[in-house]
Design a protein around this ligand. Sequence first.
Ligand SMILES: [Zn+2]
Length: 326
Amino acid sequence: MPTIDLHRHLEGSIRPSTALALARKHQHWLAADSRPLHRLVAPVRTAGLLDYLERIDVACSTARAVEDWSLIAQQAVQDCFDEGLDYAEIRFSPWFIHTQTGLDPAEVIDAITDAARDASALLNLPVAFIGIIVRDLGPDTAMRQMNTILSRSGRFCGVDLAGDEAGYPPALFTPAFARAHDAGLRVTAHAGEAAGPDSVRAALQALRPDRIGHGVRAAEDPRLMEQLADAGITLEVALTSNVQTRAAASLREHPIKRLLQAGVPVSLNTDNPTPSATGVAAEFRRAATEVGLSEAQLQLIVRDSAAAAFTEAGRQLARTRSAADN
Ligand SMILES: [Zn+2]
């Protein structure tokens, strides 16, 4: 079966050793911290999404030069290869990186996507990028954030809405996402992670997404699950991260089982390999051994993941696979 990651944040993929080396290079406080790994890797359970995201803030703030982001992108693609991935969609927010480092968002996009393209060609591993609009920067800046991404639209396969889900509802971002649709980019949005089913429903209405980031709390509402199943909207689930952020009570009680039973298309992803200390293979292992999914359910997840890819290279994997099955 092909191994795919559709929901993987670049800012959450910075190797701890790289963050520490960059901290030394830029005299960042992390270099003097007595337990730097604890600042970068989250515990099994945090206080919630914003607490979990603090690790990503720290890692990002160590990368203060544009060439640091070239290195981070190169290593992120290398790590996908080493992990055995056949295809990855990596997402990042140029404006979040700007707020953490002061770097120019457009220059950051060029550095990341150029370095990733070179690594991807060298390793023959197809990689695509999703540009993130950060909720926390407010609806007033959302259009500016979107304009930066659209000024480099050929470098992205889609856009995403991320950050403080509970504090910033999707309807605030409708105009910006309408522009992404007009530009022909695919759309996903974080919802149903730090807020409940209403947040997923609002995202569907306000942003018209093809996929939902996490969306696991949709399992609290049978009618919403039916709506997701009917519309064929794939949820980008990340088991380890969902427990860490308290979107799910535990692996054993993870709502993925209810979602699958309701016929909602589900993909399994890492979210943030560094703070979650995980990879796609580890997520599938946990799905089998700790969540208790069957072999047939895992195979369905792989097929649904490939079919929900935002690029032809990703969907090709689904077709190759189903041809091999027949
Ligand atoms: Zn995410």
